[in-house]
Design a protein around this ligand. Sequence first.
Ligand code: FES
Length: 96
Amino acid sequence: MQHNIHFQNEQKKVTVGENENPSEVMNVTNSPVLFGCRTGICGTCLVNVLEGADNIVPSSEDEKEILEIMAPDYPNARLMCQVKLQGDIKVEYIGK
Ligand code: FES
């Protein structure tokens, strides 16, 4: 089963396979999302999930803590390096 990650304002989409890590796939496909630590600490990979928030496995307590600090105005923010997909999503990159 494959899942698609669509990016707002871009024609591009990234397709992630069942056992693939979304951040690794996004890295090799030149997605607009940048990555730093890949361990859920730096916030470089912050995205606002516009569609399909229910298609992502819920945040861990550690991810929630970082999201509260780095994206308090975005209730659907996620750290792209931490997400596991269960379906298609559409995101807007809000990290730096
Ligand atoms: S790359 Fe650092 S939090 Fe995701």
